[in-house]
Design a protein around this ligand. Structure first.
Ligand code: ADP
Ligand code: MG
Length: 226
């Protein structure tokens, strides 16, 4: 038990520090990317154009890693408040709309009951967006993602995110959340680690049900307030 606690404490510190650094690193990266694009003159020799292209791609990759930690700006450390989960889910869906359309994925939010929890909304949204992004990416030919939010009898709120994607084996589910575990060619393997860490910091739980080639269902349980 002590070892477990040390591990989650370590993860908490890592993700806290990473958020702060990431925020400061993102701006200079954006500037560099802009100048690289300006350098990319059509008359340049082919190999130089290729170097510029590779540099831009690598910067984009670094940006992906940062996004897994920090899509929503710098989380303020003690920024806890009452959160209207249905409202935040709607915000997250709006933010990811462009990405899902690009992947021919429709997001359905038919049942979003009024549910209140206490915590940092930026962190909640970060954990939801990482799960939602994976749901979208799990359907290479498009499909539907269902999101519901309901309250349970035992004072939890239950967020359900369900896709029709490639699914996972039991072994793959067990590895979810370990740092750098990714089956994607250009994955970071950090999104789930961050999501799990955030949900645990809310004293919540994540359950995953999945069937190969059928889809995956994430159930996020968070302590409810009135
Ligand atoms: P990344 O998305 O960068 O690969 P994540 O930590 O977000 O890293 O996810 C880790 C791995 O978990 C993914 O590479 C994928 O194999 C698996 N995974 C997560 N969510 C899903 C899902 N909804 N459907 C299928 N596989 C998933
Ligand atoms: Mg991911």
């Amino acid at each position: 038990l002590r070892l477990e606690m040390q591990k989650s404490e370590k993860l908490r510190v890592i993700s806290e520090l990473t958020s702060v650094f990431a925020h400061e690193i993102r701006n200079p990266m954006q500037v560099t990317r802009g100048f690289l694009q300006l350098l990319n003159d059509p008359d340049l020799p082919k190999n130089k154009k290729e170097y510029i292209q590779i540099s831009i791609e690598e910067l984009d990759r670094a940006n992906e890693i940062i996004n897994d930690f920090l899509s929503f700006g710098k989380p303020l450390i003690n920024n806890n408040e009452r959160i209207d989960v249905a409202y935040q889910l709607q915000r997250v869906v709006n933010i990811i709309q462009g990405y899902s359309l690009n992947h021919k994925v429709e997001i359905k939010t038919d049942i979003l009951d009024n549910c209140w929890i206490y915590g940092n909304p930026q962190k909640l949204n970060q954990s939801l967006i990482n799960i939602l992004k994976n749901a979208i990416e799990s359907m290479p030919n498009g499909g539907i993602v269902w999101i519901t939010c309901t309250s349970t009898d035992d004072r939890y709120i239950k967020i359900n995110i369900k896709d029709q994607g490639i699914g996972m084996t039991k072994k793959q589910i067990d590895r979810l959340g370990s740092p750098f575990y990714s089956l994607k060619e250009r994955g970071t393997g950090l999104g789930m680690m961050v999501s799990f860490q955030i949900v645990h910091s809310f004293k919540g739980k994540i359950q995953v049900h999945s069937e190969m080639d059928m889809g995956t269902e994430f159930i996020i349980l968070l302590p409810q307030i009135t």
